[in-house]
Design a protein around this ligand. Sequence first.
Ligand SMILES: Cc1cc2nc3c(=O)[nH]c(=O)nc-3n(C[C@H](O)[C@H](O)[C@H](O)COP(=O)(O)O)c2cc1C
Length: 262
Amino acid sequence: MKNFKHDIMLSCSLKYHGEKKCICRATQIGADRLHGTAESARVRGENSMKKEFSHVPETIDEKELYGFSWMEHVTAIPSPLLVVTSYKENGKTNATMQSWSTFANDNGFYCIFGSVYKGGHMYASIKQRGCLVINFPSADIYAKCLKTIENNGYENDEIEMSGLTAERASLVDAPRIAECFLSLECEYVWEKEIVPESGSVVMCVKVVNVCMEEDRFNAEKKGRYGESGYLYNIHSPRNPETGKTEKTYIGILQKYKAEEEL
Ligand SMILES: Cc1cc2nc3c(=O)[nH]c(=O)nc-3n(C[C@H](O)[C@H](O)[C@H](O)COP(=O)(O)O)c2cc1C
């Protein structure tokens, strides 16, 4: 997928804060601060100094970021790649690529979506039916999942049109994607805007059923990590000093060492 396409698709859901642009240097490190960062490199036993960025770097034009903060690209923190499925009001299947999400435990297991566009089908169908499925694709079907964006018409059965198979969820009124190795059936709990008047919401949903391929929960077989496991969105990392921009990458996660070995 072309990077710009990804951003344009997302631009509809995220407000552009271009007016916030200030002409500030990326880093203006005073003598004390410089000493501090060099000191921290020494403490870490490394040669690479820490640098600080609190204003948009001169190398970045915020107008080109389609509503994302420059910090998104300077940090490029990976987040899990999900496909949220639901039934639209007309009964057709809906599929929405989602990232910027996390999971939380509090008397149950919850997903917190960081940014759900209020004008999209996902938001409308979850509000209407109160439920959804979170599907985890592996790399071999990622391209098909991405096609759901091209097939995003209200009259479309988006899962089938994208070459994937829809199956009814067991406990909620939503479809699952059969090819995904893990599907979480969920119920809507609450939503909140990060800032007033935002076009998107943070949404919390509760997982009520876990459907997983047995080869995945068996670590001696496929397991959940590595090349056929969970995918991560690595959103176009940037070098704030040179402005050098990388493509958006799809990441995988390898087990490194057991906790106690580090
Ligand atoms: C990798 C990736 C991650 C995305 N993450 C989000 C997201 O977190 N929130 C969002 O509103 N849109 C996100 N999008 C964009 C939506 O998937 C896209 O706008 C989609 O067409 C909306 O579908 P819907 O109208 O059926 O909800 C993402 C797109 C991609 C490719």
